[in-house]
Design a protein around this ligand. Structure first.
Ligand code: SAH
Length: 214
């Protein structure tokens, strides 16, 4: 069941090396990829796909993000130990685990009830303890625990939701893929109460950030 072997560990070293070749440099991000048993985040019949640098379908028509994409977004966040981080789109919980592994205090929102329940159970089974997993609409952020040092959106957003900018600390960073068919990876750094610096980092493809809950 929750079986992690030397073969898996070896494959993770290779996966981290591939992600590094593609340009992710933060050693703590690469260390997290080497550590987290990604194969346990997907259905066991697809185990062979776990250590390829590819996105893969999970429950409820959603995907576990490509490891390179997870690495790229996480590097842009510049995670420090103890950072309070909000994640939109818990999905499989893999990105959540990466953030936990790096010592962040993680709050994560998922709008598919089935995935929310499944991932909540699973993360506690393998010993990751995000501060809070929430079932709800990420467009609204999570006001109860705001402000956040870092916010990461792991679904394609047609626009930048204002609540996410509002819930960022001054000095904080929001990483969000923005666009419809194709998304531009976008970083916002909050310079002051009213000023944000915006930087763009090329095209990615995500499942859409959806507005109405089911
Ligand atoms: N971080 C995930 C990526 C999952 S794909 C992982 O590592 O596996 C994106 C996820 O965002 C999906 O699970 C999808 O259900 C969720 N999602 C889509 N729209 C959302 C919204 N408005 N609020 C919260 N989650 C949303």
């Amino acid at each position: 069941m929750l079986n992690d072997t030397f073969r898996h560990k070896g494959k993770r070293q290779q996966l981290a090396a591939i992600v590094e070749t593609k340009g992710v440099k933060d050693p703590r991000v690469l260390e997290a990829i080497k550590t987290i048993p990604r194969h346990l985040f997907m259905d066991s019949s697809f185990e062979d796909h776990a250590y390829q640098d590819k996105a893969f379908p999970i429950a409820a028509d959603q995907t576990i993000s490509q490891p390179y994409t997870v690495g790229f977004q996480t590097e842009l966040l510049q995670i420090q130990k103890g950072d309070v981080v909000l994640e939109i789109g818990t999905g499989s919980g893999y990105q959540t685990a990466v953030l936990c592994e790096m010592g962040a205090k993680v709050y994560s929102i998922e709008r598919q009830r089935e995935l929310y329940k499944k991932t909540k159970l699973f993360l506690s089974k393998i010993g990751y303890r995000p501060k809070h997993l929430s079932f709800g609409d990420g467009y609204k952020g999570l006001r109860e625990y705001a402000p956040y040092d870092k916010i990461i959106v792991t679904a394609g957003a047609p626009f930048v939701p204002n609540p996410l900018l509002a819930q960022l600390k001054v000095g904080g960073r929001l990483v969000i893929p923005v666009g419809d068919e194709v998304q531009v990876m976008t970083l916002f750094i909050r310079k002051s109460k009213l000023e944000f610096e915006k930087k763009e980092f090329g095209d990615f493809r995500f499942v859409p950030l959806l507005e109405d809950k089911n």
